[in-house]
Write a protein that binds this ligand. Structure first.
Ligand code: NAD
Ligand code: IPM
Ligand code: MG
Length: 367
């Protein structure tokens, strides 16, 4: 059996609490001989800043580069509000994404049947919901230059962020979206703001060409990202795969999370391009949510997004499809049993904490 190197970066706040549940599942897979993982743990975010004044150390960047996959918890929190921008906790996450060239961020929004039944949204809106947001992750306004605050000398300052996309960046994220659509509902909706942004005009033009020339079997629609957000809330089932830029993808995925019940339900996979020789991709798996300072330390965070991110890791990095299916089914079965963390609690269900939810999922996974 091949041994895979996993780097665990719990980070801050509930990242630490939810990663504990993932560690238990990884240990179980090792002990049972279901898989062979060699794990190392590192610091990122505020905890790394506290330890050595940087949001991620060179040593941990090296470990991330050398590992087969990274599991990332969450970073940030008010404790680090005053730290310089360059070393703020979020800088560690952005550096990992950029330096590992993880340009494709897959954010599936799936409404589990047990949560659909109890949703405060109309049942027909969320029942059976299964959409995938493909977010470009290494370009756009997150990384474009210039990015600065300049003093204008008259008591005024100017804050500048720059949205930049080049053809190749749009082509490669487009291809990821089209390929994935072929395995699902065969439909891609591309979202930008070509009515305001030049990068949106280019995005639309390139997506249209890639669709026409390489994926004429896949249906392609275009939507302006603002009305796309509205449509996502109004009737999300019209979508199969949504492909969009870094910033719109960030916003749209938090919106989509609430269709599934909670931000605590949404996992993600951040993937690089396959290596030309080995075919292996660099990859990091991270819940969509943050460090949730408002509930950190209370043992009540929902670990499902983190555990489902491990399932994505098994599926996308290691081709362990059966184990990934089994873990996702364990999540679904646990919800069917009526267990709920506070964020997804509803009448008649049993409220549990992070540990109990993690343990229940592991018990189902054990079988
Ligand atoms: N990937 C990441 O590391 C990441 C992602 C988003 C935000 N952040 C950072 O996290 C910090 C807090 O940001 P925020 O409050 O805007 O967003 P957040 O995602 O941390 O929390 C938003 C809300 O959702 C709830 N929530 C989130 N995850 C949950 C879970 N697993 N279980 C139960 N409830 C959950 C929180 O309690 C909060 O009310 C900021 O510093 C931000 O930059 C980090
Ligand atoms: C923490 C932050 C840098 C990050 C982002 O904006 O990409 C987060 O919101 C996310 O959704 O992963
Ligand atoms: Mg976000």
């Amino acid at each position: 059996m091949t041994t895979h190197k996993l780097l665990l970066l719990p980070g801050d706040g509930i990242g630490v609490e939810t990663m504990e549940e993932v560690k238990a599942i990884v240990s179980f897979m090792n002990e049972e001989g279901l898989a062979s993982f060699e794990t190392e743990e590192g610091l990122v975010g505020g905890s790394a800043y506290d330890a050595h004044g940087k949001a991620i150390s060179e040593e941990h960047m090296k470990l991330a580069t050398e590992s087969d996959a990274v599991l990332f918890g969450a970073v940030g929190g008010p404790k680090w509000d005053g730290v310089p921008y360059e070393v703020r906790p979020e800088a560690g996450l952005l550096r990992l994404r950029k330096d590992l060239a993880l340009f494709a961020n897959l954010r599936p929004a799936i409404c589990y049947p047990a949560l659909a039944a109890a949703s405060s949204l109309k049942h027909e809106v969320v029942e059976g919901l299964d959409i995938l947001i493909v977010r470009e992750l290494t370009g756009g306004v997150y990384f474009g230059e210039p990015k600065e605050i300049t003093d204008l000398g008259n008591g005024q300052k100017r804050g500048v962020d720059t949205q930049v996309y080049e053809t190749y960046e749009i082509e490669r994220i487009g291809r990821v979206a089209f390929e994935l659509a072929r395995t699902r509902g065969n439909k891609v909706t591309s979202m930008e703001k070509r009515n305001v942004m030049k990068s949106g005009v280019l995005w639309n033009e390139v997506m249209t060409r890639v669709g026409r020339e390489e994926y004429s079997d896949v249906k392609l629609d275009h939507m302006l990202a603002d009305s796309g957000g509205m449509q996502l809330v109004r009737w999300p089932k019209q979508f199969d795969v949504i492909v969009t830029d870094n910033l719109f993808g960030d916003l749209l995925s938090d919106i989509a999370a609430m269709l599934t019940g909670s931000l605590g339900m949404l996992p993600s996979a951040s993937l690089g391009a396959p290596d030309e020789r080995s075919g292996k991709r660099k990859a990091m798996y991270e819940p969509v949510h943050g460090s949730a300072p408002d509930i950190a330390g209370q043992g009540i965070a929902n670990p499902i997004a983190m555990i489902a991110s491990l399932a994505m890791c098994l599926r996308y990095s290691f081709g362990m499809v059966e184990l990934a299916d089994r873990l996702e089914k364990a999540i679904s079965d646990t919800l069917n049993d009526g267990l709920r963390t506070k964020d997804i609690m509803s009448e008649g269900a049993r409220e549990v904490g992070t540990r109990e939810m993690g343990a229940a999922i592991l018990a189902k996974f054990r079988g």
